[in-house]
Design a protein around this ligand. Structure first.
Ligand SMILES: C[S@@+](CC[C@H](N)C(=O)[O-])C[C@H]1O[C@@H](n2cnc3c(N)ncnc32)[C@H](O)[C@@H]1O
Length: 300
């Protein structure tokens, strides 16, 4: 690595640390310094994220467009541009976007979520408590398990608890936390299409915010769920006219009617729901809904 590249690399690391610590003005200034030395996609990306977090979507879009011009093959940057332009709603966040977002934050993820009062695991645990015995009788899959926040809440129900996630560093954190029998690095659809076994229950907390269109996940269920198997999941609740919305945050929201129609069409009954703010975002509670869906076999 030559001296100029090293100096830019050091600046980017410095900016990233400031950004993760929430010092967005400082981080943006360092990204600008790096860009003054050389225009690189990571510097434009970092600056775009700072603008996004400072709620300046126009400046963010400009920065992501500059990054895309330098790295046109990147699905991650394309996703950022798409969501801000609002022209195209993809079915789900691209794999490289998910890995980029989560591997970059894996070590600070739990502390960050605690500071946002994140409630996804507790919401589905509440639904499980009302219906399940803690008899360690179930095979359970934690889809998009992240750092493994579901494991301590669901281990008492499971004779086998497996986790699957796209982001390797999130899986490392889940491994450190413990509680899982197997951890798999895979994309959710690919895994559910050819699972290593059928499960009694699948948990999906705060993962459908990255998988907007859920048709395939729901309709593969006879491949990954046992008879009477259950899907316990959370969504960010959409209130507009669209069944699925892509938000400037890069995350999706689904409407309740979308989930209910999809469930009915793919052989699930809605056994219970539970509402709570999923997390606090920029001081505002994010409306969340948890579902307990039970396979009925009466696929239409
Ligand atoms: C917001 S985190 C939630 C993690 C965990 N379920 C929890 O409640 O703390 C979303 C997780 O889903 C994973 N993810 C997103 N899209 C995915 C996909 N298509 N396939 C597999 N994992 C995915 C991410 O890597 C990330 O770890």
């Amino acid at each position: 690595m030559d001296l100029k590249t090293k100096a830019i690399d050091d600046l980017l690391q410095h900016a990233w640390k400031a950004q993760v610590a929430g010092h967005l003005d400082e981080a943006a200034a360092i990204y600008q310094q790096a860009l003054a030395r050389q225009e690189t996609a990571p510097a434009w990306l970092g600056l775009g994220q700072c603008h996004l977090e400072r709620r300046d979507p126009d400046a963010a879009l400009n920065a992501f467009q500059r990054a895309l011009a330098l790295l046109p093959e990147s699905g991650a940057i394309r996703h950022m541009v798409d969501m801000l332009e609002g022209k195209r709603v993809p079915d789900r966040a691209p794999d490289d976007y998910v890995v980029w977002v989560f591997d970059g934050h894996a070590e600070s993820f739990d502390a960050h979520l605690a500071s946002l009062n994140y409630r996804g695991p507790q919401m589905i645990a509440h639904l499980a408590e009302q219906a399940w015995e803690k008899d360690r009788s179930r095979t359970i899959l934690d889809l998009g398990c992240g750092t493994g926040l579901n494991a301590p809440l669901f281990r008492a129900y499971a004779k086998q608890l497996d986790g699957v996630d796209l982001a390797p560093r999130m899986l490392q954190q889940a491994g450190r936390r413990g509680g899982y029998d197997h951890l798999y690095k895979a994309e959710a659809h690919a895994f559910l299409h050819r699972p290593p076994c059928r499960y009694d229950a699948v948990l999906a907390t705060d993962v459908f915010i990255y998988i907007g269109q859920l048709e395939n996940i729901f309709s593969f269920s006879d491949q990954y769920l046992n008879k009477d198997g259950e899907l316990l999941c959370t969504i960010e609740l959409a209130h507009g006219s669209q069944p699925v919305e892509l938000r400037p945050s890069g995350r999706f929201r689904q409407a309740d009617a979308y989930i209910r129609t999809l469930a009915a069409n793919t052989g699930f009954a809605v056994a219970a729901t539970y509402d709570e703010p999923l997390r606090i975002e920029a001081g505002v509670p994010e409306a969340g809904r948890a579902y307990r869906l039970v396979r009925t076999h009466a696929r239409l």
